[in-house]
Design a protein around this ligand. Structure first.
Ligand code: ISL
Ligand code: CA
Length: 562
């Protein structure tokens, strides 16, 4: 069933509360701090806010380790603050989706405290406990955690191992247990009845595991095997998500977006609706997140091949056309800053940030802007590991140094890829700590905040911020950029990305020079006729001789053809 929906026409802004705005000067962003900035978010042209976890948490993984789903992290405020936030967002005619992290909890959640207390405890089966191998001296499987090391931790008290696909302080919930599922659905309803407008579902395609817990494939020289075939897209995943729909989702006019590793277009289609009822409206896939890195390791860099990017967009845009919906993103709180990763964060920071924004805002699907992307915030290169906060980064450093890798080599990997690149405080102005806090921030502010900040951007008509604002307006005023068919041209061109969007009698041509290299390209469509209108570009002029267009570094143009 294909129809126009509010979440298909929305632009989403992702807020990582810890780093957004500190209102009580403790160095940590908080809920009242977000409320102070809602007019800023609204003015950008945002319709929906995705709020990263705000629930009670010991912050082993900055809130993705929840100890109470229905209480608020002390650092961020209290339930009243959250209810006020929801109200203030709705007052500004925006919506808010919360982060649903139900593959695992914190090990400080009362369920785990009880579960780990004894074999007989009624909560034992809320988590995944197994006997080890070799007389319990080895973990039940050879799987590697996303944060390094084994996915199993031995618990002496009950002489069994528990599973954690992430940090050992993030034990995986046992979704086989119907009681666990029921409690999660109740919690979801509790939040929806407070007025939230949907969920972003953290690693949602990991919740069903192969119950035989087999070892993963392992290279002889590797310490761990690959468990992904046994915990991604597991045997009961569809059953669980469909049940979640029946128990919760179908009763509300909400938006859902699943975070799904190795899910694929067919699953995205299959999980989007069941019997015409909306299930996972859209998903974040990771295929664009590996175009600049080795598939085996996020820490190993590879050159970007634009043709690979074109293939990924074509597969998903065609695959979900009129049978599903795309989530469009290039960055988030887990990924490096997009202008550093896909663009150029030095000489062509402004042009390349605008080119990336043009690509996202002219693709079919719902675009997601991660806080700071709209002002072209860049990666941060802290010179010592002591300045990093992310558990994944710190674990990587320890593991690699223990393996004997040179310190400066590990630091280079971390500076390029660490999730902390996206977690330095939002840069509001050129005052102390970029206006984020009057106190010592929980993580250092990027030293470039005097040049890169909101205040400076708002007042500069040529800024990345004003470009985002304009192109968001253009997207909203040209519905063909939302619902139009995607038709790629010049597919073999190594550095120019050129595509058409077509919808009823509207037609748009998007031209992107994806790299720094200047070049000339023959445009396969006559753009000199009087019907053609240039809607937006990131240079002041256009260099066109007949059909030959001279493209400068990262030059991007959007034409309306009629
Ligand atoms: O950045 C990654 C580690 O390599 C990603 O694999 C990321 O950890 C993965 O996509 C899952 O991310 C989500 O779940 C994690 C949490 O740390 C991330 O912040 C969250 O986005 C565990 O809850
Ligand atoms: Ca604070």
């Amino acid at each position: 069933m294909v129809n126009n929906r509010w979440w298909k026409e929305a632009v989403v802004y992702q807020i990582y509360p810890r780093s957004f705005n500190d209102s009580n000067q403790d160095g940590i962003g908080d809920i009242p701090g977000i409320i102070e900035k809602l007019d800023y978010v609204k003015d950008l042209g945002i319709d929906v806010i995705w709020l990263c976890p705000i629930y009670k948490s010991p912050n082993a993984d900055n809130g993705y380790d929840i100890s109470d789903y229905q209480a608020i992290m002390d650092d961020f405020g209290d339930l009243e603050d959250v209810e006020r936030l929801i109200e203030e967002i709705h007052k500004r005619d925006m919506k808010v989706i919360f982060d649903l992290v139900v593959n695992h909890t914190s090990d400080e959640h009362e369920w785990f405290i009880k579960s780990s207390s004894s074999l007989e405890n009624e909560y034992r089966d809320y988590y995944i406990w197994e006997k080890g191998k070799d007389n319990n001296n080895k973990p039940p499987t050879n799987w590697e955690s996303f944060f390094g090391g084994s996915t199993w931790t031995y618990d002496k008290k009950t002489d069994e191992y528990y599973l954690h696909l992430f940090d050992e302080k993030q034990p995986d919930l046992n979704w086989e247990n119907q009681e666990v599922r029921a409690k999660i659905y109740n919690m979801m309803r509790w939040w929806l009845n407070k007025g939230i407008d949907g969920f972003r579902m953290d690693v949602i395609n990991m919740i069903s595991k192969n119950q035989n817990f087999p070892d993963g494939e392992k290279d002889p020289d590797e310490d761990y095997g690959d468990g992904k075939p046994y915990f991604l897209n597991g045997p009961r995943l569809y059953e669980y998500i469909k049940e979640m729909g029946e128990e919760v989702l179908f009763d509300y006019d909400i938006m859902t977006v699943g975070e799904t590793l190795n899910f694929g277009v067919e699953n995205a289609k299959k999980f989007s609706e069941v019997n015409g009822k909306e299930l996972l409206d859209m998903v974040f896939h990771f295929e664009l997140m590996s175009v600049d890195r080795n598939d085996e390791s996020k820490w190993i860099k590879e050159e970007i091949d634009l043709k690979e990017i074109k293939k990924i967009y074509k597969k998903w845009n065609h695959g979900l056309y009129k049978s599903g919906w795309n989530a469009i993103y290039l960055g988030n709180h887990d990924q490096p800053r997009i202008v550093s990763r896909f663009g150029n964060d030095e000489e062509y920071r402004v042009e390349s940030a605008k080119m990336l924004a043009t690509m996202m805002m002219t693709m079919p699907g719902t675009p997601y802007i991660y806080q700071g992307e709209e002002i072209g915030m860049t990666n941060v290169a802290f010179n010592d590991i002591g300045k990093y906060r992310d558990v994944e980064t710190i674990n990587h450093y320890r593991i690699e140094i223990n393996k004997g890798k040179a310190k400066d080599e590990v630091m280079k990997e971390i500076q390029r890829v660490s999730r902390d690149n996206a977690r330095t405080p939002m840069q509001w102005n050129d005052e102390l700590n970029a206006g984020f806090t009057q106190s010592t921030p929980w993580i250092n502010v990027n030293s470039n905040y005097k040049e890169i900040n909101v205040e400076k951007s708002i007042n500069d008509s040529d800024s990345i911020y004003n470009y985002y604002k304009n192109i968001i307006k253009i997207r909203k005023n040209n519905i063909g950029l939302i619902y139009g068919k995607y038709k790629p041209l010049l597919e073999d061109h190594e550095s120019v990305f050129l595509y058409i969007r077509e919808y009823k009698n509207e037609k748009y041509l998007i031209i992107l020079n994806f790299f720094e290299q200047e070049l000339s390209v023959e445009i396969p469509i006559n753009i000199k006729t009087k019907e053609v209108k240039l809607l937006i570009s990131n240079y002041k002029d256009i260099i066109l001789n007949n059909q030959i267009l001279n493209l400068r570094p990262y030059e991007s143009l959007v034409f309306k053809l009629g």
